[in-house]
Design a binder for this molecule. Structure first.
Ligand SMILES: Cc1ncc(COP(=O)(O)O)c(C=O)c1O
Length: 375
């Protein structure tokens, strides 16, 4: 049965642009320009401009964007990469796929984001890069992270898979580090109609290396000449067309998410359910409406009974995952506590005030009086 308030509903946002996408796809079918083509080029240019950088390279997905960024920067075997443990597993996966060792660190208890202090505590003489994960739609403190990376000679990579259009003191996600990595998984703030991703940078030579790596290590401009071992990770023309058509709507969709988060703040007043904090320098694009609640499993069950879907991002921090436990060096109490208490509430651009009100009602039913905060 479909819940009264779904976790994510993209159909209403897609409805007004469906015809335009179908027309573009019909044109691609007519010209058979499936790989590469004018939509890929057009979207790459527009995405670079949107992200306030000079180059964007379309790739197959966000995980590949991270692997290719690491490889393009020359990070690989023998290197360590510092990253927060509370991220989607793809961030850690990319480090291992690139041949490097992930060094998991804890995060700020207010924003749940990577901090300069955590990075400083993890840097060794093998550290080559830091991945700043802009989780839930909010950018990390990029001034502080850039400063520590500069001082220690480390590359700064942004995992901006959840932060399309977010800013830190006015600078867009993807433009504040050496290289920014995006996922266009359908549920992202800017989502393709399938898989997609992009790497953005102001370093033209790095962009060219990444473009070549993503295209079988092909020498740019040559057909069957391969200078490096690459892979096949191209953004296809069908996805690029959908992304190009959706891009002009991104700011409006992000603004609608912001409005919905204000409604959530009203609904959560007096409840023991804290929205993850936002730093004053950050403008979040609220990819997820994450709250910290006690007894998460019980609360989610009551919500489900009231017709409200919810999610958990993420229930197990990377250093506690079987696949990555060998890289765990110490406890990470903030990540571990958050993993036990995080709950993601329904959020999408067309969510209504009434739907958010229903979520609030369900939360009031879920959080019994004794765990409600004394007001
Ligand atoms: C923070 C983060 N990093 C990386 C990824 C990987 O992106 P993709 O699923 O497109 O490979 C995602 C999304 O799934 C993500 O949320």
């Amino acid at each position: 049965m479909t819940p009264a308030v779904p976790f994510l509903d993209l159909s209403a946002a897609h409805e007004p642009i469906t015809e335009e996408i179908v027309l573009a796809w019909r044109q691609i079918l007519t010209t058979s320009s499936f790989i590469g083509g004018s939509y890929v080029e057009g979207f790459e240019q527009e995405w670079a401009a949107y992200c306030q950088v000079s180059s964007a390279v379309g790739v197959a997905n966000g995980t590949d964007a991270l692997v290719l960024a690491l490889r393009g920067l020359g990070v690989g075997p023998g290197d360590e990469v510092v990253l927060p443990a509370n991220t989607f597993v793809a961030t850690a996966e990319a480090v291992v796929l690139a041949g490097a060792v992930p060094r998991f660190v804890d995060v700020d208890p207010h924003t749940l984001l990577l901090t300069k202090t955590q990075v400083e505590g993890a840097v060794t003489d093998r550290t080559a890069a830091v991945i700043a994960v802009h989780l839930f739609g909010q950018m990390c403190d990029m001034d502080a992270l850039a400063e520590v990376c500069r001082r220690s000679g480390l590359a700064l990579i942004e995992d901006a898979a959840q932060a399309h259009g977010a800013t830190w003191r006015g600078r867009r996600a993807g433009s504040a580090g050496d290289v920014g990595c995006f996922s266009f998984y359908p549920g992202k703030n800017l989502g393709a109609l399938g898989d997609g991703g992009a790497v953005v940078t102001d370093d033209a030579a790095l962009a060219e290396r990444i473009r070549s790596l993503a295209d079988h290590g092909r020498r740019i401009g040559a057909k069957y000449v391969h200078d490096v071992v690459g892979t096949n990770s191209r953004l296809d023309n069908m996805q690029a067309a959908a992304l190009q058509i959706k891009l002009p709507h991104l700011d409006g969709w992000n603004a609608a998410r912001r409005t919905a988060m204000r409604w959530y703040a009203e609904e959560l007043q007096g409840l023991d359910a804290d929205l993850v904090g936002i730093a004053p320098q950050a403008e979040s694009v609220h990819h997820l409406a994450a709250v910290l609640v006690p007894q998460r499993v019980e609360v989610a069950a009551v919500l489900a009974g009231e017709g409200v879907a919810s999610g958990v991002h993420y229930p197990i921090p990377c250093h506690r995952q079987v696949a990555y436990a060998r890289y765990a060096t110490h406890d990470l109490p903030v990540c571990e506590d958050a993993a036990a208490r995080l709950l993601s509430l329904p959020l999408f651009p067309t969510i209504t005030r009434e739907q958010v009100g229903r979520v609030g009602e369900a939360l009031r039913a879920a959080l019994p009086a004794e765990v409600r905060r004394a007001s």
